[in-house]
Design a protein around this ligand. Structure first.
Ligand code: HEM
Length: 130
């Protein structure tokens, strides 16, 4: 399980980093530059922060997934607590920033253009059935 999480999580972390950097480059230098608004960059900056801090935990941090699981379960039980191993590790700072960016992203999501993703699938089905 640990090896599977290492390979799949590591691959996802690298692919997501490459994708976000590509999207930023496309908006900054490519044909989409003229269509880009500050909101587009805000969303990409939040995603970049999430991915960099996630990758930091994955590739630089030395904590075992069980430690994160214990912390997340404490949140789910409404009794938030850092396991001692996590509290004494500097990797905790990466987790703090990861969660800050994730929370900001999720809070902003309903007010952003990303809400289109929710209806886009059904809309495209209707449109292509003509
Ligand atoms: C409740 C929400 C989330 C929690 C509790 C959480 C927690 C974590 C933890 C503990 C890790 C480190 C895993 C390890 O090294 O063993 C991690 C990694 C990562 N997270 Fe998150 N995360 C959350 C949401 C997100 C979201 C929304 C994204 C992307 C939009 C994301 C992207 C990543 C990436 C790319 C990695 C690095 C690759 C990996 O280890 O899988 N996370 N996250």
């Amino acid at each position: 399980m640990n090896a599977f999480a290492g390979w799949s999580g590591g691959a996802a972390g690298i692919i997501m980093l490459a994708a976000v950097l590509y999207w930023i480059g496309r908006r900054t230098f490519g044909a989409y530059r003229k269509l880009s608004s500050p909101e587009d960059y805000l969303l990409l900056a939040l995603l970049l922060g999430i991915v960099i801090m996630g990758d930091h935990m994955r590739f630089v941090g030395t904590l075992h997934a069980d430690t994160y699981r214990a912390w997340f379960q404490s949140l789910m039980a409404f009794k938030p607590a850092f396991p001692a191993e996590l509290a004494s590790s500097t990797t905790r700072l990466a987790l703090d920033w990861h969660m800050l960016f994730v929370d900001a992203f999720l809070i902003y999501f309903p007010f952003s253009k990303l809400t289109h993703a929710v209806g886009a699938f059904a809309t495209n089905l209707v449109r292509s059935s003509d």
